[in-house]
Design a protein around this ligand. Structure first.
Ligand code: NAI
Ligand code: NAD
Ligand code: ISE
Length: 337
């Protein structure tokens, strides 16, 4: 059986996920797409899913009887309403990160899903599907470096556009680390602090970039993450985990070693689409298979909520300059498995 999917938001990642479902993955087809910019939705449909309907808004798309599952790839601020609407229709939904832009909205989704009584939501945190992060977690779980004590990480983008604001360094960018470290360590955060180093002159006037986020977990692990979204040279994700017996680092994606003109070099990617292409493929195939089996894997609404609670504390810490506490509500039974 081919799973019939509708996609809300045909921007950069929406287009890429539509291409992925139609050309790279198996067992699914895109039967409807929409965007606030309907012209854009029609263009993307004609390129990758010529038979797809283009309803005038996300709510109409979710209501279409032929749409069995929904992918939400519109701007973060719009996610909550579409995910809630999909749950109301009892339809499976893959929502790109963040699940919502505030913890309060994430909690509404958690409560709606728990009231429905069964998992319907998978959040688009793809790093747990990345082969490098999986190898790192496997090594930690085997005890190769003993108990984890510290993580030194960096999340660098080449540059960002004019719409990107300082708080998005947290809600849009750091949110990946907030999620993947919970998954990797099996731990939760208790506090956050944000420090601003000297501002890069390459960042737009309205932005404070870079920033350093300091996190503490329940087990007492200390994590520092440098967020630098105008680093100029490439898209670079670094993560070194320090334990009692050694240090384990996230592998770099494979790249050809070039010896030329008295220099040895390897290329650094510039685009998140390429850096995590295999992880997005595995993640969305897992969503398709999960819907068919009526059992989703990957990040839950609860994971989306936890990342958002931590993000809210980091945004508060950006403004206060203080160490801000991080505390979750108690976890509904649905997410205990
Ligand atoms: P984008 O700006 O290229 O695309 C967003 C699209 O959604 C635009 O075409 C816009 O017109 C449309 N849109 C906005 N509000 C809408 C609404 N109410 N109804 C229908 N369409 C609407 O943005 P991009 O880069 O594709 O990001 C989209 C989402 O995907 C964001 O939540 C972002 O955080 C996430 N994302 C995740 C990545 C990952 O690594 N997992 C990478 C890039 C983005
Ligand atoms: P698992 O069910 O044994 O454990 C995952 C645990 O981590 C669960 O408690 C879950 O709630 C939590 N979790 C999952 N995603 C999370 C996230 N993004 N943030 C925070 N917590 C998260 O699952 P597993 O075998 O470790 O597999 C994890 C996912 O990877 C599954 O969806 C699985 O299907 C997929 N997977 C991928 C590959 C691959 O090659 N990429 C191989 C096997 C499994
Ligand atoms: C973007 O939305 C993503 O999710 C990318 O993975 C991240 O690196 C980037 O900073 C975000 O803006």
């Amino acid at each position: 059986m081919t799973l019939k999917i509708g996609v809300i938001g045909t921007g950069a990642i929406g287009e890429d996920h539509i291409r992925r479902c139609m050309q790279a993955l198996s067992g699914a087809e895109i039967v409807a797409v929409t965007d606030v910019n309907l012209e854009r939705a029609r263009e993307v449909a004609s390129q990758y899913a010529p038979g797809a309907k283009v309803p005038e808004d996300g709510e109409s798309l979710i209501a279409l009887p032929e749409v069995e599952a929904v992918i939400v790839t519109s701007w973060g601020g719009t996610h909550a309403r579409y995910v809630l609407e999909a749950i109301r229709h009892g339809k499976y939904v893959f929502c790109e990160k963040p699940l919502a832009t505030t913890a309060e909205d994430c909690l509404k989704i958690v409560e709606a899903e728990a009231a429905h009584g069964k998992r319907l939501v998978q959040v688009g945190f793809m790093r747990p599907y990345d082969a490098g992060y999986r190898a790192l977690k496997a090594l930690i779980d085997k005890g190769e470096i003993g108990e984890v004590l510290m993580i030194h990480a960096a999340h660098r983008n080449q540059r960002v556009g004019a719409n990107y604001k300082t708080d998005m360094g947290i809600t849009d960018t750091l949110i990946h680390e907030l999620d993947v470290f919970r998954w990797m360590l099996g731990d939760d955060y208790v506090s956050a602090q944000v420090i601003f180093p000297r501002r890069s002159g390459k960042a737009m006037e309205h932005m404070r970039d870079p920033q350093i986020v300091l996190l503490e977990t329940k087990k007492g692990i200390r994590i520092d993450v440098e967020i630098f979204v105008n680093c100029q040279y490439g898209y670079d994700i670094k993560c070194a985990v320090v334990g009692e017996l050694g240090e384990a680092s996230l592998p770099m994606p494979p790249a050809v070693e070039l010896r030329k003109s008295a220099a040895l070099s390897t290329e650094i990617m510039t685009d998140w689409k390429e850096r995590f292409i295999a992880a997005y493929d595995v993640e969305l195939q897992d969503f398709i298979n999960g819907v068919k089996a009526r059992k989703l894997n990957g990040a839950t609404s609860w994971d989306g909520y936890c990342a958002s609670v931590a993000a809210d504390a980091c945004v508060k810490a950006q403004e206060s300059g203080r160490i801000e506490p991080i505390a979750m509500q108690s976890r509904p039974a649905l997410y205990n498995a």
